[in-house]
Design a protein around this ligand. Structure first.
Ligand SMILES: [Zn+2]
Length: 507
C-alpha cells in the first residue's frame, strides 16, 4: 500500500484591528518563514520549530501525532508563515498567501489530508475571515480530502472555518502551553480518520459575548470550571475534541464573540448537546469582566511597596495598553514616562520600539553619551515622544527582533528596538546583559505568556493601564453586526447564535 501523504502548513498571526500598521510578508519573514526541507527539519523529532520561542509547537506535534498512529506517513511540507501579533494583512499579502497556497498544493501532488496550524483571529484589509477563506480554498484544491486545523483559543470561529475542516481544535490552556500537545492530537485524529478508525462529526455554537470569565486564566475561577468541564468531556468514550474560544478583543470581525466546538465519533446529536452545554457554561460567566487595572503611578507605588517580591526576584509590570503580544505597536511612552520620572529609587528594565531613534544613534560608539527622543511616532494620537539622554551600553542585531540598543538612563535600562518589542521572556533582557533578577521592575508587553516564562523571577504581577490599542475597553468603539454582551444587555444567546451560524430564518 502506498503511504498516506499529508500536507503541513502554518499561516498564523493574531490581528489587532486598532493597529495603524499593516502586516506584510516582511513581518512573517522576520519571525518565521520556512519551506520544504527546512520546514521538515524544524518539525522533525530533533528539530527546533521556533528557535528562541518554542522548541516544539503545533506542526512538530502534528508530525509526531500522525507518525504515532502510522509510522509510514509521508509529510509533505508546504510552508510555515508566522508573524508576531500586529495589524491587518494588507491586500497584497492576503493575495500572496492565496497564490502561495495554490502553488504549494498543486506542487504537492495528490494529498490524503492536510494539517494546518492557524491562530484564528487573522484579519486582512477587505476580508474579515481570511483563515476561513484560505481553508475553503485548500479544501477545494484538495478535492475534498480532510483538513485538520488547530487554533489559538483567542481565535474567532466562523461558519466557513467549521465547514472547511474535519478536525478543528483550540488550545486547552490559558496561558497557552499546549501547542505541541494540541498538534499531536490533531495529527493523530487526522490519520485515524483516514484509516477509517473514526468518523468525526462536529457541532459548534457562536456566542454574542466578547467579555467575561474574569481574568480568563485557566487556573482561576470562573474559567477553571469551564476548562475543567471541557477537559472532562474529552475523557468520555467517543468524544474526540472539545474547545472553547474566547476571541481576540481587538478584532473588528462583525460577529466577534466566544464560541464552542465539539467533535464526536459519529454521534452528531451528542456533539450538539455537548457544544450547547459548553456554550451555556460560557454564557454563565459573562458578567465577570476583566479586573480594574491601576494607572502607572499606582502601579509604580504597588511595585515600590512589594519589598519582599523585589528582594526575592522582580516585579513584572505588564504595559496593558501597549501589549505587543496582543498586537499593539510597542512604542507608547505613557508608562515609560512615569517610570523615568517617578521610579528613580527603583531599578527598572523597559523596552520601547523606535526605528528612527535607533537609526539616529546607530553610528555612535558603545559607551558614548547619546541624546534622542523615543516613542510616540507610529501612533502619535496615543502618546507623545519622550526626550532621553543616557549612555549607549550595547548595540546588537538579533534574529526576529532586528536592531537593538540598550541605553543606560541611570535607574532605568531602556531596550530600544527596531521591531515590535515582544518583551515576554526573561531572555529578552538577559540576552542583552540585563538581569531581571537584579531589577526591581521588569516591564513586559504581554498579557498572559510572560506569566509562564517569568515564573522563576516574577514575584508579583501588576497590569498597568494607560491608553492604547490593547485597552480592555478599546473594543467598545468597534461596530458589530448584532447585539453583543456587554455593550447590549442580553438575556439569551440562542437567537444570535443561530444568526451567527447562518441558521436563522427571516420572518
Ligand atoms: Zn491566545
Amino acid at each position: 500500500m502506498r503511504p498516506l501523504r499529508l500536507g503541513l502548513l502554518r499561516i498564523a498571526q493574531e490581528t489587532n484591528a486598532l493597529s495603524p500598521l499593516a502586516t506584510t510578508f516582511e513581518d512573517f519573514r522576520r519571525f518565521q518563514w520556512l519551506e520544504g526541507e527546512e520546514l521538515l527539519q524544524a518539525t522533525s523529532a530533533r528539530g527546533e520549530e521556533a528557535p528562541g520561542f518554542l522548541r516544539n509547537a503545533e506542526l512538530s506535534g502534528m508530525v509526531r501525532g500522525a507518525r504515532e498512529i502510522d509510522p509510514g506517513v509521508q509529510i509533505v511540507p508546504l510552508f510555515s508563515a508566522w508573524a508576531i501579533p500586529g495589524g491587518k494583512l494588507d491586500r497584497t499579502t492576503l493575495q500572496g498567501f492565496r497564490e502561495k497556497l495554490e502553488e504549494g498544493l498543486r506542487a504537492a501532488g495528490a494529498l490524503d489530508g492536510l494539517l494546518v496550524s492557524m491562530h484564528g483571529s487573522l484579519q486582512a484589509e477587505g476580508e474579515d475571515d481570511p483563515e476561513g477563506l484560505l481553508l475553503e480554498q485548500a479544501r477545494t484544491l484538495l478535492g475534498g480530502a480532510p483538513i485538520a486545523a488547530t487554533f489559538d483559543l483567542h481565535g474567532q470561529l466562523t461558519a466557513r472555518m467549521v465547514r472547511a475542516t474535519s478536525i478543528l481544535l483550540g488550545y486547552q490552556t490559558n496561558p497557552h502551553r499546549d501547542h505541541f500537545a494540541l498538534g499531536r492530537k490533531a495529527g493523530a485524529l487526522l490519520v485515524r480518520t483516514l484509516k477509517g478508525e473514526i468518523r468525526p462529526v462536529s457541532a459548534w455554537r457562536s456566542l454574542p459575548m466578547v467579555l467575561g470569565g474574569g481574568t480568563t486564566l485557566d487556573f482561576l475561577a470562573p474559567m477553571r470550571g469551564v476548562f475543567g468541564r471541557m477537559k472532562a468531556m474529552q475523557k468520555q468514550q467517543g468524544v474526540l475534541g472539545a474547545s472553547v474560544f474566547t476571541c481576540h478583543l481587538w478584532n473588528d470581525a462583525p460577529d466577534l464573540g466566544w464560541a464552542t466546538h465539539v467533535i464526536t465519533d459519529g454521534e452528531p446529536d451528542r456533539a450538539e448537546a455537548l457544544a450547547q452545554e459548553l456554550a451555556e457554561r460560557c454564557w454563565e460567566v459573562r458578567h465577570q469582566g476583566p479586573p480594574e487595572l491601576p494607572g502607572p503611578e499606582e502601579a509604580i507605588d504597588q511595585a515600590r511597596r512589594a519589598v519582599f517580591a523585589r528582594r526575592l526576584g522582580t516585579v513584572c509590570i505588564s504595559d496593558a495598553s501597549d501589549m505587543v503580544g496582543a498586537g499593539a505597536v510597542g512604542e507608547s511612552t505613557l508608562l515609560l514616562g512615569p517610570l523615568l520620572e517617578q521610579a528613580r529609587d527603583l531599578k527598572v528594565l523597559a523596552p520601547i520600539r523606535d526605528d528612527q531613534a535607533l537609526a539616529s544613534i546607530w553610528q555612535q560608539a558603545e559607551g558614548s553619551t547619546v541624546q534622542t527622543t523615543v516613542g510616540g511616532r507610529l501612533a502619535p494620537q496615543l502618546s507623545a515622544p519622550l526626550p532621553i539622554e543616557g549612555r549607549l551600553r550595547v548595540k546588537a542585531e538579533l534574529p526576529a527582533i532586528g536592531r537593538v540598543a540598550v541605553l543606560d538612563l541611570g535607574h532605568l535600562q531602556l531596550v530600544l528596538t527596531q521591531a515590535p518589542p515582544l518583551a515576554m521572556k526573561p531572555s529578552f533582557y538577559s540576552l542583552l546583559g540585563l538581569s531581571p533578577w537584579r531589577a526591581d521592575i521588569c516591564v513586559v508587553k504581554s498579557l498572559f505568556p510572560f506569566r509562564l516564562y517569568f515564573l522563576l523571577q516574577n514575584r508579583k504581577t501588576i497590569y498597568a493601564k494607560t491608553r492604547g490599542m490593547t485597552d480592555f475597553d478599546a473594543w467598545k468603539h468597534i461596530p458589530r453586526q448584532g447585539p453583543v454582551h456587554p455593550n447590549v444587555q442580553l438575556e439569551t444567546w440562542e437567537a444570535e447564535d443561530q444568526r451567527r451560524r447562518g441558521l436563522a430564518h427571516d420572518g
